[in-house]
Design a protein around this ligand. Sequence first.
Ligand SMILES: *Cc1c(COP(=O)(O)O)cnc(C)c1O
Length: 383
Amino acid sequence: MKDETKIVVTGRDPKAHAGAVNTPVYHASTIIYPSLAAIRGTEKIPYTYGRRGTPTTAALQNAMNALEGADGTMLTASGASAVSLAILSAVEAGRHLLMVDSVYQPTRKLCDQLLAGLGVETEYYDPLIGGDIAALIRDNTAMIFMESPGSQTFEIQDVPAIVAAAQKAGVKTAIDNTWATPLHFRPLDHGVDFSVLAATKYVVGHADALLGTVAAKGENFTKLQSVHGLIGHSVGPDDVFLALRGLRTMPTRMKQHQTAALQIAEWLQGLSFVRKVLYPALPGAPGHALWQRDFSGAGGLFTVELDPCSEAQLAAMLDNMRLFAMGYSWGGFESLIVPCKIARTVTPYETDGQMLRLNIGLEHIDDLKDDLRDGFARAGYKI
Ligand SMILES: *Cc1c(COP(=O)(O)O)cnc(C)c1O
């Protein structure tokens, strides 16, 4: 079955739910055991306690397993908690963590402000390091964490080369795959141990719920499931339902996000005051060759670097946009625009230019271009 079909048919069982197309929302903490044998554990029952899962959570887990090619997927209450769950499934005190320098900023803060105090040493590495990561692996390295493309600057990592180096040294790998989703890049097929998704973005897709997933195979999944339980992660069933609802249309939405993002990126590239368009799906953009080699599609999020402008000019543009709103998160149906904040330690991104990150939504491409064109004019760019 192709992914589009899998996404429609998996995680649903109308016969088990009065014919309803969608798995209902089970609100449950207590689950009643049918017998003493069941509560003793000698008789196996599928659900034992709300935190450990219900038919609603199982529906999303089954659908994600199909999409990720995973043995199991654990759900968390946000993308950020999915990141920490994946890391805590492999690192412990005294161990060393190799973290990509272009990582999502809250992941960096987790390493610097929490893991450091727990005795985990984080070392940041160049997102373009590829197989040379082998030289950074130490005897106590527990995990290499990747995010590709990187947040804000969209470097594509050579995941196969990094995984090969990690496997040779017996080091676990994880990737934050939020931008591509397993529709366009399947981490587990590439030998990555933990596939992390901020499902808040393209899975939920409607800017109305937070959710994270971590998928794995074999013993990695066993460990992941255990750590998930120990931490006490749980997601409310209404949010799981929203994720399931979003998932059904994700391939269709992503096609449009990609088509529109590519057309807008091409248009931007031709403007005289645009210095760089950091969108790996754009021919000629940084990372395009690796993206072509490893990905089957793209997200609709990218960064554009413009000639410098003053804060007042930028405010004139951003405060008066009709469609592109300013706000964090992305992957919803609506377009967003934010100025970039780039925090790096080993690969500083030096520029005096104006960096803007665009989330291309599902509005008509012509309307989006008009909104940007008028905004650039307000900022004093010659358009
Ligand atoms: C948004 C995001 C997250 C965190 O997701 P939340 O659901 O907001 O916690 C993690 N990684 C990346 C790459 C993101 O863009």
